[in-house]
Design a protein around this ligand. Structure first.
Ligand SMILES: NC(=O)c1ccc[n+]([C@@H]2O[C@H](COP(=O)([O-])OP(=O)(O)OC[C@H]3O[C@@H](n4cnc5c(N)ncnc54)[C@H](O)[C@@H]3O)[C@@H](O)[C@H]2O)c1
Ligand SMILES: O=P(O)(O)OC[C@H](O)CO
Length: 332
C-alpha cells in the first residue's frame, strides 16, 4: 500500500473500527492506529475487534498497527479517540500527522478544564498548515460497521475541502453531507450527548414517553440558544449533526449516553452508572453548562445533568426544579 493513498484512522475503539470499515468499504487502503501494540497485533491477526465491536469482521483493506511512523504521508487522518484524550493524542502524534493530510476530528465533546471545542484544541497543537475538519451526525458504530445506511455531516472552514473529504469518505451506504459551519457541527455533537443523558434519566425514572418527547424538544431549544451565542448556524443545528443526532441518541438504549442516564434515573450513583463504558456527555456536561452560564445562555437541562453527574443534586429534586420553572413563551 502506498502511504499517499491511505486513510489513517487513529483510535481502535467502536467508532474508530467502524469508520475504518467504512473508509475501506469506500475503496481506500486504511491504516488503523492503536496505542497498544498487543491490541493492534491481535486486531490485525484476528480481523475482529471483540472488545468494542464484537461479531463485525474487519475489512480486508485495513491494516492495524501501533507504529506511529506508518501514519506519515497519508491522504487524510480520522482522529477517533474520546474527547478528553484528543489533546494528548495530537501532541503525541504531532510529527507523523504533520504530513498525513487533513485531520478529521470525530470525537463529540468539549475539553474539561479549558472548556475548548475539539477544533480549538487541534488548532493549538497542529501546525497552522494542517487543515482540520469535523465529522459528526447520527451514527451508531455497530450500524456503520455493518454497512447499514447512515448519513453524517463533515464540516471544514474551507467549503471545497469539506466537499472533497465528503466525496472521499462516502461509500455505498455511508453518506457524508458537507458544510463550512465547523462550530455548529461540533456544538450539535457535544451538546446532544449531555441532553441525551437527561432523556435517559427520564426513561430510567419511569416518567413516561410524553415527558421524554417534551424534554427532547426543550433540550433542542436550549441547544439552539447555545449555538446562536457561540457562532453555530441554526440550519446546521436543525440538520443531521444537531437534531438528527439528538433524536437518535435521546431515544435509544443503544446509546451509551442514554443508557448512562437510564441507570442514573433508576437510582445508580454516577460512578456505578458509567459501568466502564464511555458516556461523553458526563465529561462535557459541566463545560457546556459553564460556557452557557458565562454568556448568560439559559440551559436548565444541561445544568441539571451537570449537577446530577457531579453528585451535587438528586434526580427527584432536579425534576421538581425543572417542572417548577416559570411558564414562558415557547419560542422566547
Ligand atoms: N461509538 C459510536 O457509535 C460513536 C459514533 C459517533 C461518534 N462517536 C464518538 O467517537 C469518540 C470515540 O468513541 P468510541 O465509541 O470509539 O469509544 P470507545 O470507548 O469504543 O473507544 C475509545 C478508543 O480510544 C482509545 N483511547 C483512549 N484513550 C486513548 C489515548 N490516550 N490514546 C490513544 N487511544 C486512546 C481506547 O483504547 C479505545 O480504543 C467519542 O467522542 C464518541 O462520542 C462514537
Ligand atoms: O453511544 P453514544 O451515546 O456515544 O452515541 C453514539 C453516537 O454519537 C450516536 O450518533
Amino acid at each position: 500500500m502506498s502511504a499517499e493513498t491511505a486513510i489513517n484512522v487513529v483510535g481502535g475503539g467502536a467508532w474508530g473500527t467502524a469508520l475504518a470499515n467504512a473508509a475501506a468499504g469506500a475503496g481506500h487502503p486504511v491504516t488503523l492506529w492503536l496505542r497498544d501494540a498487543q491490541a493492534a497485533a491481535a486486531l490485525q491477526a484476528g480481523r475482529e475487534n471483540p472488545r468494542y465491536l464484537p461479531g463485525v469482521p474487519l475489512h480486508p483493506g485495513i491494516r492495524a498497527t501501533a507504529d506511529a511512523d506508518t501514519l506519515a504521508g497519508a491522504r487524510a487522518t480520522l482522529l477517533v479517540v474520546p474527547a478528553q484524550t484528543v489533546r494528548g493524542v495530537l501532541e503525541a502524534l504531532r510529527d507523523p500527522l504533520a504530513t498525513a493530510g487533513p485531520v478529521i476530528l470525530c470525537a463529540k465533546g468539549i475539553e474539561r478544564g479549558s472548556d475548548s471545542f475539539m477544533s480549538a484544541v487541534a488548532a493549538e497543537i497542529l501546525p497552522p498548515r494542517t487543515p482540520v475538519a469535523v465529522l459528526s451526525g447520527p451514527s451508531f458504530a455497530a450500524d456503520v460497521a455493518r454497512g447499514l445506511p447512515t448519513a453524517v455531516t463533515l464540516a471544514a472552514a474551507d467549503p471545497g475541502l469539506a466537499a472533497s473529504l465528503s466525496g472521499l469518505l462516502s461509500g455505498p451506504s455511508f453518506r457524508l453531507y458537507h458544510t463550512d459551519d465547523v462550530r455548529g457541527v461540533e456544538i450539535g455533537g457535544a451538546g446532544k450527548n449531555v441532553l441525551a443523558i437527561a432523556c435517559g434519566i427520564v426513561a430510567g425514572r419511569g416518567l413516561g414517553e410524553s415527558a421524554r418527547a417534551a424534554l427532547i424538544a426543550r433540550a433542542f431549544a436550549e441547544l439552539m440558544r447555545f449555538a446562536r451565542a457561540f457562532g453555530g448556524r441554526a440550519e446546521t443545528l436543525m440538520g443531521l449533526s444537531g437534531l438528527g443526532d439528538l433524536v437518535l441518541t435521546a431515544s435509544s438504549p443503544q446509546s451509551r449516553n442514554f443508557a448512562f442516564g437510564q441507570r442514573l434515573g433508576a437510582g445508580a450513583s454516577p460512578e456505578a452508572a458509567a459501568g466502564g463504558k464511555l458516556a461523553e456527555g458526563a465529561f462535557t456536561a459541566a463545560a457546556l453548562a459553564g460556557l452557557a452560564a458565562a454568556k448568560g445562555v439559559e440551559m436548565p437541562v444541561a445544568e441539571a445533568v451537570a449537577a446530577i453527574v457531579a453528585g451535587t443534586a438528586g434526580v427527584d429534586d432536579v425534576v421538581a426544579g425543572l417542572l417548577a420553572r416559570p411558564l414562558r413563551g415557547e419560542t422566547d
